[in-house]
Each structure stands twice: as structure tokens, then as C-alpha cells.
Design a protein around this ligand. Structure first.
Ligand SMILES: N[C@@H](CCC(=O)N[C@@H](CS)C(=O)NCC(=O)O)C(=O)O
Length: 261
């Protein structure tokens, strides 16, 4: 059976779980605690040298990078196809993946850590927090993490990151205005890839940015009505943590709102 190393709230894990569940692929779950630093555990790093989730092990093959994992799943388990068959449609899917990986994901990390788990991290003993930050291998990511934990939404990285996420919402609104899904005629890996980032904005009390875009808002409801959403996303969400993210988001909204205009 396929093994998934993942985390309940992690965006990249959610997008892989969405594809696994939509395709009906059973998996053995190995949860990694990202707050206590499980991603830096020596045995885990042997599987994923980037110190991040998710990682899939399928038939002895170790697969990392969520966008590529989802393409792999669609190749290896084609019974429920999640990409258009034509070359242009597939290019569209890859464009969404590239945008998420290059721009949206790093921006989401900044927005998330400036708001969501910041209080918890600030309560950790300084040496524990520092050790986990110092273990992040990518220097840019490490510096951004330190900055947003320290300064929250006042960190210099925050506004640009928020604008990148708003750019995603605008791109989605434009694509979805004539269509129900981001590529092709049904829920696909482009939709699964993007959903966790939209959800994250919702979790940090920025749902009004979604509601202000009608085609996006309809797509969001459409995805949330899918059986795979209930099992792959909702079923894993720890309600108290989501509530904490939302309360933290509400607490900083007066600082954030002017940056959304
Ligand atoms: N490009 C990677 C990014 C993975 C990633 O950043 N995962 C996050 C959770 S969504 C993580 O494990 N973060 C742990 C950390 O930054 O310490 C992918 O798509 O798989």
C-alpha cells in the first residue's frame, strides 16, 4: 500500500490527499508534526532532504514535491483522470502548478506563519524555536520564517506575500468566470493544487477576499461539496487549531485590510 508522510494542515499535504481520495487510492498515513520539528528528524530527512511534507512512498519509490506527486498519481493511477487529455489542457495544468510552486506557496508560508501558529511558536522555549528555524535548509525560507514569527504582519515580507496570494485569487476569478474548473470539464489536479491556498486565506479570516470574487466563491463551494473534500481536507482539520488561526486572523485584520486594497 502507498504510504503518505503528511500533516493535517499543510497545504501541500492537502493537495495530495485530495488527489488520493478523489481517485480512491488507499494509503497508510504517517503524520509529521511540523510544530515540534518532525520534518527535521534524521530518518524523515533521508526520505525528504528538503525537510518538508509531503512524501509518498509507492511500491518502494520515494516521491517528493507535491505538484510532481500529483502528476505521478495521475500517471500511475489513471482510472479517474484528473488532467485534460489534450496538450494545451495539460500545459494549463502545469502553468497552475508552476505558479503555485514558484510564487504562491512561499507567499502562503509567510502569511501563515505571520498569523496562524505564531502565538504558539512564540510560546515555545527560544532555543527550541531557534533550532527548528535553523534546521530549515533553504536560506531565504529560513530568513522569512524568522522574520514573520518575530514581526507578524508587520514583517517586511508580509505585504508582498499577501499581494501574491491576492494575485492568485484574481487569476482564478478570471479563469473561472467562463468555466467551472481550472482546467478541463471536471475537478482536476489544478483545482486540487489551488484549493489549500484559498482555504488557508479563509482560515486566517480573509474569507471576504474570496466572497468578493463571485466565480471563485462558487468554485470554492463546488470543491467543498465534493466527497474528497470531506475526507481529504475537512476530516483532517483540527478544529481548535483552525479556530486559533481564525481568531489570530481577526485580531490582525485591521492591519491587514488596508494592504488588500
Ligand atoms: N515544494 C514542496 C513544498 C513543501 C512544503 O513547503 N511543505 C511544508 C508544509 S505545506 C512543510 O513541510 N513545512 C515545514 C517547514 O517549513 O518547516 C512541495 O510542494 O512538496
Amino acid at each position: 500500500m502507498l504510504t503518505l508522510y503528511h500533516n493535517a494542515l499543510s497545504t501541500c499535504s492537502q493537495k495530495v490527499r485530495l488527489v488520493l481520495d478523489h481517485k480512491g487510492i488507499a494509503f497508510e498515513s504517517k503524520e509529521i508534526d511540523l510544530i515540534s520539528g518532525g520534518q527535521h528528524d534524521a530518518d524523515y530527512v533521508k526520505l525528504n532532504p528538503n525537510h518538508v511534507v509531503p512524501t509518498v512512498v509507492d511500491d518502494g519509490h520515494v516521491l517528493i514535491e507535491s505538484t510532481l506527486i500529483n502528476e505521478y498519481l495521475d500517471d500511475a493511477y489513471p482510472e479517474v483522470p484528473m488532467r485534460p487529455a489534450d496538450a494545451v489542457g495539460r500545459h494549463t495544468v502545469r502553468m497552475w502548478g508552476k505558479k503555485l510552486d514558484q510564487k504562491v506557496h512561499p507567499a502562503t508560508g509567510v502569511v501563515t506563519f505571520a498569523i496562524g501558529p505564531r502565538n504558539i511558536l512564540l510560546q515555545q522555549p527560544e532555543e527550541v524555536r531557534d533550532a527548528n528555524i535553523n534546521a530549515i535548509p533553504d536560506p531565504a525560507r529560513r530568513a522569512a520564517r524568522r522574520s514573520v514569527i518575530e514581526h507578524g504582519v508587520k514583517a517586511p515580507e508580509f505585504e508582498g506575500a499577501l499581494r501574491a496570494m491576492i494575485g492568485l485569487l484574481d487569476d482564478m476569478e478570471e479563469t473561472l468566470s467562463p468555466g467551472a474548473w481550472l482546467s478541463g470539464q471536471s475537478f482536476g489536479i489544478a483545482d486540487a493544487g489551488v484549493l489549500p491556498y484559498v482555504l488557508r486565506l479563509d482560515h486566517v479570516a480573509m474569507g471576504s477576499l474570496i466572497e468578493a470574487r463571485p466565480a471563485l466563491a462558487e468554485w470554492y463551494s463546488r470543491v467543498q461539496a465534493l466527497p474528497a473534500y470531506a475526507t481529504a481536507v475537512d476530516g483532517w482539520l483540527p478544529a481548535p487549531v483552525v479556530e486559533m488561526f481564525r481568531n489570530n486572523g481577526k485580531a490582525v485584520w485591521s492591519d491587514v485590510e488596508p494592504l488588500t486594497r
